[in-house]
Design a protein around this ligand. Structure first.
Ligand code: ASP
Length: 342
């Protein structure tokens, strides 16, 4: 008989950890150490659970790379002791954290599942219990003691996604996330159906390496019809940033105004890493498909292909933090490192 999986629940903050005072109706933070008492269903799970909480839980709108590093370090320090990790997190920036953790946890070969909820755990109609319970079950899945999921996933409303492929789409619906460019890793119905084909297969027997040095000197410029030259100039000539994501139209298209292309050319010549990510929710950048993107390719703009903006931000911070050589940067960015791009 294989031993019961041992799961570490890491509470960072967010609605899931709130409880409504039945008398006043106000939301207050849940004492996470009493989780197993408050949710007795957790005892029915076929695994053992330990919990750890941020000393001061945060609303995920206050998320920062230093907290990503804290989560990665907790996972690193407990990596051998536990079979899987469930990170409870506010939904607002969960896709950013999932993306960042996927880069920070190099050679990850155990499940790290982020989840949260739209309604607090103490609410009558809460989605928190299902999200929490199924995330723990997903993290416990194993075949003869070997974990089935060996990557950073995000579980929400009956679906497990690859974390670095997700985007928060809805501020209200229980189904708040979507992964437009990658199939779901698993779905929960009467049974848990895992899509084995789409799971990440890490290289065998490699030690977990924490890559927590994120360089935040980056920017995102979203194009729109009428975007002004001074705004583009301010961003593209700034000495404060080392990497810039340009959110372009459709398949990676942008205005062909000479002043715009000249700004990009000069910025790249001065060493700025410029990444092309589409502002469409699904689909891919394909520079050269239209005349309005051919020039960007010739100028040396990096193709983000079908990466999300969330994952592109995390990848840019990660690669800049790793001090990748200038000449290799484009090739490495355009390589899928954790399944974040097709
Ligand atoms: N503002 C909250 C947060 O992201 C919303 C949530 O918990 O889902 O922390």
């Amino acid at each position: 008989m294989t031993k019961q999986p041992h799961i570490l629940l890491i509470y960072t903050g967010g609605t899931i950890g709130m409880i409504k005072d039945v008398y006043t109706g106000s939301l207050k933070a849940f004492d996470f150490d009493s989780l197993l008492i408050k949710i007795p269903e957790l005892h029915l799970l076929d695994c053992s659970i330990e919990t750890i909480s941020f000393e001061e839980p945060i609303d995920s709108s206050n998320m920062q790379p230093k907290y990503w590093a804290d989560i990665a370090i907790i996972i690193g320090e407990n990596y051998l002791k536990f079979d899987g990790f469930v990170v409870l997190h506010g939904s607002d920036t969960m896709s950013y954290t999932a993306s960042a953790l996927s880069f920070m946890l190099e050679n990850l070969a155990k499940p790290v599942i982020l989840t949260g909820s739209q309604l607090p755990i103490g609410d009558l109609r809460t989605d928190a219990k299902e999200n929490l319970i199924t995330s723990i079950q997903m993290a416990s899945l194993n075949i003869e003691g070997l974990p089935v999921i060996r990557e950073v996933g995000l579980y929400f409303e009956y679906k497990l996604y690859r974390g670095n492929r997700t985007t928060k789409l809805n501020a209200e619906h229980f189904e708040a996330f979507e992964s437009f460019n990658y199939p779901n890793l698993a779905e929960s119905g009467v049974h848990l159906n895992v899509n084995l084909e789409s799971l990440w297969k890490p290289k065998a027997n490699k030690e977990l390496i924490l890559r927590t040095a994120m360089d935040t000197n980056i920017g995102v410029l979203k194009l729109f019809p009428g975007i002004s030259r001074p705004i583009c100039e301010a961003v593209l000539t700034s000495n404060l940033i080392k990497g810039l994501i340009i959110e372009t139209y459709g398949a990676g298209n942008a205005t062909t105004e000479p002043w715009f292309l000249e700004l990009i050319e000069n910025a790249i010549r001065k060493g700025l890493h410029v990444v092309n990510v589409t502002q469409c929710a699904g689909g891919s950048v394909n520079m050269g498909q239209y005349e309005t993107s051919s020039q960007l390719r010739l100028l040396g703009v990096i193709s983000g292909r079908d990466i999300t903006t969330e994952a592109a931000i995390a990848k840019l911070m990660y690669l800049l933090g790793e001090n990748i050589e200038q000449k290799d940067f484009k090739t490495i960015f355009e390589t899928s490192l954790r399944g974040e791009m097709s």
